[in-house]
Design a protein around this ligand. Structure first.
Ligand code: FES
Length: 107
């Protein structure tokens, strides 16, 4: 059996702890799924990835500014955190090379 190649490395800050995560494109549908699976966070991602509840809010330093907002993300962020630029909904962020070497803070 071939061994998985870890191509995406990222750091997640959660409850004053730092987690070094390695994954690969296609292992998780989105960043919310990765965080729930690896960190066992409480009350994270309550709407199951619809982009409406805002409980999967994260700060991503260094994510490309042109990273597209999907579905309801822009409306939800405007409702729960107007005027804050560097936050995103983890359920709307695909896990791909764009996340490599970035730091994600669960807020
Ligand atoms: S899981 Fe509800 S907005 Fe992301």
């Amino acid at each position: 059996m071939a061994q998985a190649v870890w191509k995406i490395s990222l750091t997640i800050l959660y409850s004053s702890e730092e987690y070094k995560i390695q994954t690969y494109a296609g292992e998780y549908r989105d960043l919310k799924c990765l965080i729930q699976d690896r960190l066992f966070t409480d009350d994270f991602g309550q709407c199951g990835g619809m982009g409406r509840c805002g409980t999967c809010i994260v700060r991503i330093g260094g994510l490309k500014e042109n990273s597209a907002f999907l579905r309801n993300e822009e409306t939800t962020l405007h409702r729960i955190a107007p005027g804050i630029d560097d936050i995103r909904l983890a359920c709307q962020i695909p896990v791909d090379d764009e996340l490599s070497n970035l730091t994600i803070t669960i807020i």
